[in-house]
Design a protein around this ligand. Structure first.
Ligand code: SF4
Ligand code: MG
Length: 322
């Protein structure tokens, strides 16, 4: 099958400037050469500690942040080459659900106004069509259409996130970046919203990129998972395979922090020592080498290559290079 989205060597570097004339003295490599693809209808999870570049990757793919380098092919078309007016039209294909429904909804806008704004900006619909579309959007996310005249503060956190999801779906996108969509919600509400997102995915043939730091959420909703560390992808695999047998030492460390449900199960445990290095001056070679229990001399010098070690499984680690 042809991928819906192909990301090739994507980079987002922020210059570090110093002095009176703002001379560039370095760069923070928030995303530093990430490559992967997503199949239509798939949910690809992206995990990693905060500051690893997950959100920046999602936003550069959508061009909410302009990438420094790399290609983003959507249905085979390089969206970085689209001029602004075509990009504007193209945006209807790709949307985002934000982490914090409190911050991402305008408190002065009713649900009606929040949902009609993208419709009026991007589509030429009659008033009756707009009204129908809003009622439909509200009902597919499980909100009664008579709530349309209410303001965000009149809803619970879970309901607000439903409004955020309805807004993302207003233009009938094919691809949605979900950036920690349930992290701000009570655990009891998280499952409801995740189930809703799965239902909507099959109902509207959506493809998701699901960003999260919560491995149990990722395990529940994602078909494949990518693990990021300091702006680079270190491992990517089908979810079941990654949870059964993580390969990269950093993935093993992340998994070690999750309780194992079966007490008989033996899983190699790695407890990470030290903090995530300062992204302004990341370690040389493998950027994980300052915290890796398997570190070898070569790790300090050479950046490990991103390679397919078995069908569908990618790792960047010198332990897997023969
Ligand atoms: Fe550890 Fe070396 Fe692999 Fe990096 S390349 S994860 S330092 S073994
Ligand atoms: Mg984030």
């Amino acid at each position: 099958m042809k991928p819906l989205l192909e990301v090739k060597d994507l980079k987002k570097h922020y210059p570090i400037k110093k002095g009176l004339f703002g001379k560039q003295v370095g760069a923070v490599k928030a995303v530093d050469g990430v490559s992967f693809s997503i199949q239509p209808g798939e949910t690809l999870g992206i995990v990693g500690e905060s500051g690893c570049g997950k959100s920046t990757t999602g936003r550069t793919i959508l061009r909410l942040i302009e990438p420094t380098a790399g290609e983003v092919l959507f249905d085979g078309q390089d969206i970085r080459k689209l001029p602004p007016d075509e990009m504007r039209k193209f945006r209807t294909n790709m949307q985002i659900v934000f982490q914090d429904p409190y911050a991402s909804l305008d408190p002065r806008w009713t649900v009606q106004r929040t949902l009609e704004e993208p419709l009026r900006t991007h589509l030429k619909l009659s008033e009756a069509e707009i009204k129908d579309r809003i009622a439909e959007l509200m009902s597919v996310v499980g909100l009664a259409p008579y709530h349309a005249s209410r303001f965000p503060h009149e809803f619970s956190g879970g309901q607000r996130q439903r409004i955020g999801i309805a807004r993302a779906l207003a233009l009938r996108p094919k691809f949605v970046v979900c950036d920690e969509p349930v992290s701000a919600l009570d655990v009891s509400i998280q499952a409801q919203v995740l189930n809703l997102m799965q239902d909507l995915q099959s109902q509207f043939s959506l493809t998701y990129m699901f960003i999260s730091h919560d491995l149990s959420v990722v395990k529940f909703i994602c078909d494949r998972v990518g693990v990021m560390y300091l702006g680079r992808m270190v491992e990517m695999a089908p979810t079941a395979e990654m949870f059964a047998e993580p390969l990269h030492p950093y993935t093993k460390a992340l998994m070690s922090a999750v309780p194992v449900p079966d007490p008989e199960a033996t899983r190699e445990r790695i407890v990470l020592t030290g903090d995530v290095p300062n992204p302004q001056s990341p370690p040389t070679g493998c950027t994980f080498h300052t915290r890796c229990p398997y570190v070898m001399d070569s790790c300090r010098q050479a950046v490990p290559e991103w390679r397919e070690v078995s069908p569908g499984r990618h790792v960047a680690c010198h332990l897997f290079e023969q």
